[in-house]
Design a protein around this ligand. Structure first.
Ligand code: GDP
Ligand code: MN
Length: 397
């Protein structure tokens, strides 16, 4: 589950990580009130107005702007709230902005220069350990840094038995070229950031930029946080931060009825039991010249009710030109699934306008084929994998 910047910062602050302070606002008026309050707390009259959407690169798309007085706060907030923000990380249509973060300006001039660093914490799947990735090249596209100057990206792996050790935090501060107050600030920043990542059950924390202010404070100016979905049951306070407006509506609906569904760009809908078989089915569709419209794992119980729910979810995608049902009857018997498909089809009446190919394999597969073939419905049956692929090809032609 992804979070907004302001939510990520809330978590960071609760673990003692210094952040650029801000208040979230739903309207231009609220933004002005937020700015006034921040000025009281921080003394700064300048504010940055930051669009809160689940996408990076907001600055490039015009979603992050500096306001030098309250009139500008009102103008800019009014302009950003309600806009369709297009960034390198959104689709071409962009993302609708519902709220902004009004934040204190932290790029004020002072004794020393400001510097922007990159830092993220994530799992290294190769070694099975968490790692901190960091770079002196912050503020910009880290993918580009990785491409053109990979030697400027460092990684520090953390032993799960000990957690981050003081020498590791010092090494990071040293590699970032810091000394004095900023060095000490960075060691504290790194240790608290790592603690926040572990104790919130996150799979990613990306802070870009980490800022060294002109008075040598180290703080998070941005926060991109992903909480592990499988941990949400024990992290209720974070589960409540979910913003469904940011998620794919079909995926949200599928989740509500307990289907594991991922929306994709293709034209062949898939209904499969088991994630591995679902992946293999998507390969099969590609080999037959189609493109999968979704990943859908119906799970263990493929009865009529479940099949009907899956049909309804798949058909919400207007790009679907055919549906391939590929079910292995191990625990569930194929004839029961076949009956489920037939019943669901009949229940749905005219809602199904695309050809359906059903491949059932496993217990009572032959009986299942008979049920499908004798149903009198526009459903094609197959027993072999290849046979199913050929039929997909046939109906797409
Ligand atoms: P992103 O574009 O979605 O990654 O959003 P960020 O939160 O990283 O902000 C984008 C850029 O806005 C940063 O890299 C900074 O250069 C700039 N920015 C953020 N906060 C401030 C601020 O307080 N003052 C000024 N002048 N610029 C800021
Ligand atoms: Mn950023």
């Amino acid at each position: 589950m992804n979070l907004h910047e302001y939510q990520g910062k809330e978590i960071l602050a609760s673990f003692g990580v210094r952040i650029q302070r801000g208040i979230v606002a739903q309207s231009a008026n609220e933004a002005v009130e937020a700015a006034k309050k921040l000025t009281e707390e921080t003394g700064t009259g300048w504010h940055v107005i930051k669009a809160q959407v689940h996408a990076g690169g907001r600055g490039k798309g015009g979603g992050v702007k500096l306001a030098k007085n309250l009139k500008e706060v009102e103008e800019i907030a009014g302009q950003i709230i309600g806009m369709n923000l297009i960034t390198p990380q959104t689709s071409a249509e962009g993302k609708k902005v519902h709220q902004v973060l009004v934040a204190e300006d932290v790029y004020y001039p002072g004794e020393s220069e400001t510097s922007e660093f990159y830092m993220s914490v994530l799992l290294n799947r190769g070694t099975g350990r968490n790692m901190i990735m960091y770079s002196t090249e912050g503020g910009m596209d880290i993918e580009e840094v990785a491409e053109s100057t990979p030697h400027l990206i460092y990684t520090e792996e953390i032993d799960p038995a000990t957690g981050i050790l003081p020498f590791q935090a010092r090494k990071i501060a040293f590699n970032l070229g810091l000394s004095g107050t900023a060095f000490k600030e960075m060691t504290k920043f790194v240790s608290s950031l790592y603690k926040a990542y572990v104790e919130s059950d996150s799979s990613m924390f990306e802070i870009n930029p980490v800022l060294k202010t002109s008075d040598d404070l180290i703080m998070a100016v941005d926060a991109k946080v992903t909480i592990d979905d499988n941990a949400l049951f024990r992290r209720k306070q974070y589960a409540e931060m979910r913003d469904l407006r940011e998620e794919n509506p079909i995926e949200v609906e599928a989740g509500e009825v307990g289907l594991s569904y991922v929306d994709l760009d293709g034209n062949v809908g898939c209904m499969v039991n088991g994630a591995g078989l679902a992946m293999a089915t998507m390969d099969l569709i590609k080999m037959a010249g189609g493109e999968p419209a979704n990943f859908l794992d119906v799970g263990g119980t493929a009865d009529a009710k479940r099949v009907e729910e899956a049909f309804r979810i798949i058909l919400k995608d207007p790009a679907v030109k055919a549906i391939l049902i590929n079910i292995f009857g191990g625990i569930v018997r194929c004839d029961r699934v076949a009956q489920g498909v037939v019943d669901a089809y009949k229940n749905m009446g005219d809602a199904i306008q695309v050809p359906i190919i059903v491949r059932l394999q496993g217990t009572n597969a032959e009986l299942a084929k008979e049920i499908i073939d004798n149903s009198g419905l526009a459903v094609h049956s197959a027993v072999q994998f290849q046979e199913a692929a050929d039929k997909v090809k046939e109906v797409l032609a």
